[in-house]
Design a protein around this ligand. Structure first.
Ligand code: NAD
Length: 311
């Protein structure tokens, strides 16, 4: 991989871009937030960790200013912003005949969206357990450790997958090539589809939602619907382990004190990724003839909340 672009260089894109750059890769950050792009070009990306603050020099451009093409594009806008980003990148000639495009975004359905821009064998799907925060234009807060699970979207192994894994690992991003990335995608999407909207609608931290004595009655229909849809699409997630996984995030020592990102997006008057979580599950359910009333209701409730800020 010679030239790498991070398309959507906010919190997570900033983390991945900075790690790759520090490992010696040629990286460009692409983002349409003018102040952020300016700050990065003037001062480098400022990174604050648990123990230090340092700067990484990386060129940043707005999508409409892109003048070159890339070997690998890592897509890290929010899910609902990805199509617009890909359209501009295509127009600007950033995607060449054999450019690999890797989605590291949360949510479901990315391979189908990307297939409108590149052939399936050039699409890579990744799930990341790294986290990242933005402290202002050009400023990241990077705490904790994480890992990345990824695979070519059509499930086929190839040399390029190995090269990407090596590159991510050289950058200390702890990557592994998955043999069933859809299992990881659906598992993470289940957790996100349960905790993100419930904490947002109820305006509660994860632990507060979890401390409600009847919380299982709220979680069960949501998870059951998601499992039914995933299973019908050929991904073998199962109810009990997902319920346990969600419950394991309730204690204060794990995720209990946190608000999920959807809550933060809503509080900051931004649109949420609901249409790529519960909304996408409901859509798949419709296609498959599987009823998803709990996920439909949650999707509508979040849309109603978003409408508060849309006019
Ligand atoms: P973010 O909002 O911090 O970053 C997105 C960036 O994309 C922003 O800087 C924005 O300016 C830019 N952008 C949006 N639309 C654009 C467009 N059309 N053209 C150019 N730039 C555009 O979001 P994030 O937290 O980095 O999340 C990115 C993805 O990673 C999401 O799918 C999220 O769910 C996932 N994720 C985030 C975390 C985390 O801890 N932040 C963890 C795991 C997964």
């Amino acid at each position: 991989m010679k030239k790498i672009a991070i398309a959507g260089a906010g919190a997570m894109g900033g983390r991945i871009g900075a790690y790759l750059k520090l490992s010696g890769e040629e990286v460009t950050l692409i983002d349409n937030w003018q102040e952020h792009v300016d700050a990065i070009n003037q001062n480098g990306l400022e990174i604050k960790t648990e123990t230090s603050t340092y700067h990484v020099e990386i060129p940043a451009v707005k999508p409409e200013e892109v003048t070159e093409s890339y070997d690998l594009i890592i897509l890290l806008t929010k899910a609902m912003q990805a199509d617009e980003m890909m359209e501009v990148l295509k127009e600007r000639g950033a995607i060449k005949e054999n450019t690999a495009v890797m989605s590291m975004m949360n949510g479901l359905g990315h391979a189908d969206h990307l297939a409108e821009f590149v052939p399936k064998e050039q699409i890579f799907l990744a799930v990341t357990m790294w986290t990242a925060g933005l402290r202002g234009p050009g400023k990241l807060l990077l705490e904790g450790k994480g890992q990345i699970d990824f695979q070519r979207a059509d499930g086929k192994p190839d040399k390029r997958t190995e090269i990407i894994a090596e590159m991510l690992n050289k950058a200390k991003l702890n990557a592994s090539i998955s043999d069933d990335v859809f299992f990881s995608i659906w598992s993470k999407a289940t957790v996100n589809s349960v905790l993100n909207p419930l904490c947002t609608i109820l305006d509660k931290r994860i632990g507060e939602v979890g401390s409600y004595p009847f919380v299982q009655e709220m979680l069960t229909p949501l998870i059951k619907e998601i499992v039914a849809v995933a299973n019908a699409r050929g991904t073998n997630i199962e109810f009990e382990s997902l319920l346990k996984k969600i419950e394991s995030s309730f204690p204060a020592e794990t995720q209990g004190l946190h608000y999920p990102s959807m809550h933060q997006d809503y509080k900051n008057k931004r649109l949420t990724e609901i249409d790529y979580l519960n909304g996408q599950i409901a859509k798949y359910g419709d296609e498959l003839g599987i009823d998803t009333p709990a996920n439909d209701l949650i999707t509508h409730m979040i849309h109603q909340l978003e409408m508060k800020y849309s006019h």
